[in-house]
Design a protein around this ligand. Sequence first.
Ligand code: PMP
Length: 472
Amino acid sequence: KRNLCRAHAPLLYSALTQWHVPVHVSRQLCPLFQIQHMPLGRSVQGAMNYARFLTAVSAARKPSAIRMLTELQLRSPPSLISLAGGAPNPNTFPFQSCSIQVKNGDTLMFDETMMKRALQYSASSGIPELLSWMKTLQKDLHNPPTANYTAENGQMDMCVTTGSQEGLSKVFEMLVNPGDNVLIDAPTYSGTLAALQPLGCNLVSVPSDQYGMIPKGLKEVLSRWDPADVHKPHSTIPRVLYTIPNGGNPTGASMTAQRKWEVYELARQYDLLIIEDDPYYFLQFDKPWAPTFLSMDVDGRIIRTDSFSKILSSGLRIGFVTGPKPLVDRVVLHIQASTMHTSTFTQLMVSQLLHRWGQQGFLNHIDEVIEFYRTQRDAMLSSADKWLKDVAEWHSPAAGMFLWMKLKGITDSQQLIMEKALEKEVLLVPGGVFMINSSDPCPYVRAAFSLSTPQQIDEAFKRLSALIKGAL
Ligand code: PMP
């Protein structure tokens, strides 16, 4: 208390939580650590009533008897003679074996036995070896206070999804009724809007800036309701908050730990579930990475979606949902009734690679990916400085693959991009695509620094500058 310098306290706190050292800060010392509330150690586990959050569609889902038998069979010894399940005989399939070369020189082998498994149906929650590898990673990275992935009645669980998009759309269908108020930090990912808007909900925009959702703004939005009404039958209080905490798509914004604590506290006050859509978690350029909502979740009110799209492959379609077991179970029931499971082949391919690499090898790979995107981001920032200084404004993104720019003097980027950009041979996404009301005029554009070379980025910004100046 006496020796801690004011400037060092927040750094120390952030480092300790990053290393999962349990930190208890008394209320009097919170200002010194630049934290206002400490949810740690005040767990109300078991207090959540998940039935309150489920839509009628989700509540009506029942386990498929055939799927349960298939999964039972998958876990049984080979001596079991099963005339149950309706799986086809893989001996009739035309594929025999394959080997996949990894860039580091390794080979992933799919011999005949492995190939038969890869081509067959598998568990709706994901293949066990991939799930258990991910559960360990999740625990090691986030150390969720309610984590107990193993016991049958454990508080948390995970499932594999066909990209995080599948997880998100199923989570939305599970939680969002027509007419519901849903909190969202817009502008936001167009794929989220595409999944949410047809559900007929009312998207309530929460103000955000380059550090993501603004807790004060959320508090103000929530002040329309009285938290005492949360459990009243026809209350219109939102039950769900959606956010992209790192490298926001399209804004590139990343939330600080302090903001997450504050948002989490408000979620507790209003009994909200938070959907933490974090596909750019592994693309954070600076370490230590900020603690996630999952790492703060003493109540079991976080549903987290992760993705391997940006770090292993987008085409393999591997994502994950992590959250309270009763809710993950509902997502799995929906998977049973739709895709049945994510491709066994791609799960086995990824799982073989991860087991070969081990966790450290995986994290080393992530470091290389981060280095690539950091260099790309820096190249884009320097080209932006060179060409766009007087015609646009932006913030440097701390994660992800997007630069979000406000065009000065342009009221609607849609018109500019759609009508003139192709003529100048440059293409960006007009900001309106990410707005709740996409027809409102919007001066922003999103530029991705993922695919183009620094030379192409430079040329593109030169063309964009000419385009804007021409329009002005
Ligand atoms: N959430 C966000 C914020 C995204 O940007 C994306 C991909 N663009 C997704 C989810 C979906 O990613 P995937 O399904 O490939 O995991």
